[in-house]
Design a protein around this ligand. Structure first.
Ligand SMILES: NC(=O)C1=CN([C@@H]2O[C@H](COP(=O)(O)OP(=O)(O)OC[C@H]3O[C@@H](n4cnc5c(N)ncnc54)[C@H](O)[C@@H]3O)[C@@H](O)[C@H]2O)C=CC1
Ligand SMILES: O=C(O)C(=O)Cc1ccc(O)cc1
Length: 366
């Protein structure tokens, strides 16, 4: 029997999750967005089925509610839902990048017997909107769930069942731990990326060549600074405490960097970079998460259209059969990532050698 899903916030993340839900469940999806054009686009793309049901009415009809607006808006929406009569078995979740304040805002819902479980799919893009949504956006990515301490484990299981089409890897933790960990790996780096861009911008006023010169590595390390300022404004204000501590640590780190530059020995400088390289190289590369995909090989590709036939021809010449081929959502501006799957480890290694001989950069995930 068709079940009803309410999607609030028909942007990149909400629509991607909605597409993944549709892959596994027979659902009628009602979309709602403060911006009618956004909702209209999601409808015309077939991501949602309806976009004109008033919010409170849709909430009452829903078996599953997914909140996918910026985090401050999600807080307000949760308070609004606390006044609605909801189905007894409904599960409400969100996709926000922060969790503590959202869990607090959901307390009112719990008081009326509804189940809210915080959610955060840990993958995305600097793009926004339904037009960039993809059912496989979260494949192999971590998807953090933050149930309240009193939420029954079966309800968490039901939520995972709703979200199984994402093919994400679920992790359950409390909201405070979530906000600390994502503060370190996501929110704080965003502050640094934005400040690096602004730093360079300042110099570019006097040195017009700078912007052209910044086209390579600088673009790579600052890619995330192109994400939605509104989304990040809200994330930073929600995770202020952790970010202030991280900034204090960072200032100390920069003092040490300054000392190294001013008076560090060559060995000390080498050690600084070497330590960073060793740790960075040990991180899983180019995976969205950590689920091993058997015999997959990732290849950086510059020109997606022409390059695929080149790669398949090279492998065919060596009699290496590919069982699956897929372009993964590019996480950089310039490169795409091609995922090739093989039947055996030998095939994968042979393909890796072959492609590297032809100057392709390849990666095997951890
Ligand atoms: N963009 C990313 O890479 C990731 C974002 N997130 C989280 O996902 C959420 C949504 O972000 P995106 O989909 O990237 O943004 P988006 O800009 O593509 O979509 C957000 C949508 O929410 C709508 N909206 C704003 N206020 C609303 C309200 N009060 N009621 C209904 N709709 C409202 C907007 O009009 C827009 O269509 C944010 O909370 C963000 O923290 C989580 C993981 C990754
Ligand atoms: O674009 C990227 O690399 C991201 O890291 C996107 C992203 C943004 C916000 C999140 O809460 C999670 C992921």
């Amino acid at each position: 029997m068709k079940r009803t899903v309410l999607l609030v916030g028909t942007g990149l993340i909400g629509c991607s999750v909605a597409l993944a839900i549709r892959q596994e469940h027979d659902v009628h999806i009602i979309g709602h967005d403060v911006n009618e054009e956004h909702c209209g686009l999601a409808k015309s793309l077939g991501i949602i089925d309806e976009n004109e049901v008033p919010l409170e009415e849709a909430a009452q009809l829903a078996d599953f509610i997914l909140l996918a607006a910026p985090v401050q808006e999600t807080e307000a929406l949760l308070r609004r839902f606390a006044g609605c009569t909801l189905k007894e078995h409904v599960i409400i979740t969100d996709v926000g990048s922060t969790k503590s304040q959202i869990m607090e805002a959901a307390a009112g819902l719990a008081e009326q017997g509804a189940t809210f479980i915080g959610g955060h799919p840990m993958a995305g893009s600097h793009k926004t909107g339904a037009g960039s949504a993809k059912a496989h956006l979260f494949e192999n990515a971590f998807y953090i769930l933050t149930p309240a301490p009193y939420t029954a484990p079966e309800r968490v299981g039901q939520l995972q069942d709703w979200l199984k089409g994402t093919k994400a890897r679920f992790l359950v933790m409390d909201a405070a731990q979530h906000d600390f960990l994502t503060g370190v790996v996501s929110h704080f780096p965003h502050l640094i990326a934005a400040s690096l861009v602004r730093h360079m911008h300042g110099y570019s006023q006097q040195h017009e060549l700078l912007t052209g010169l910044a086209a390579g590595g600088f673009r790579d390390i600052t890619r995330i600074a192109s994400s939605s300022p509104l989304m990040w404004r809200d994330i930073v204000s929600h995770n202020q405490g952790n970010l202030l501590e991280l900034l204090d640590d960072w200032m100390e780190e920069m003092q040490e960097v300054r000392r190294l530059v001013a008076e560090g020995s060559p060995d000390e400088l080498y050690g600084y970079f070497h330590g960073a390289k060793q740790f960075r190289d040990s991180l899983p590369i180019r995976t969205k998460g950590a689920i091993p995909s058997f015999y997959d090989l990732y290849v950086d590709v510059l020109d997606r259209a022409g390059v695929i036939s080149h790669i398949t021809t090279l492998l065919a010449k060596e009699n290496i059969s590919i069982t699956n081929i897929r372009i993964i959502e590019a996480r950089e501006d310039v490169f795409g990532v091609l995922r090739l799957s093989f039947q055996t480890e030998e095939d994968r290694l042979q393909a890796k050698r072959c492609l590297e001989q032809h100057s392709y950069e390849t990666y095997i995930t951890m």
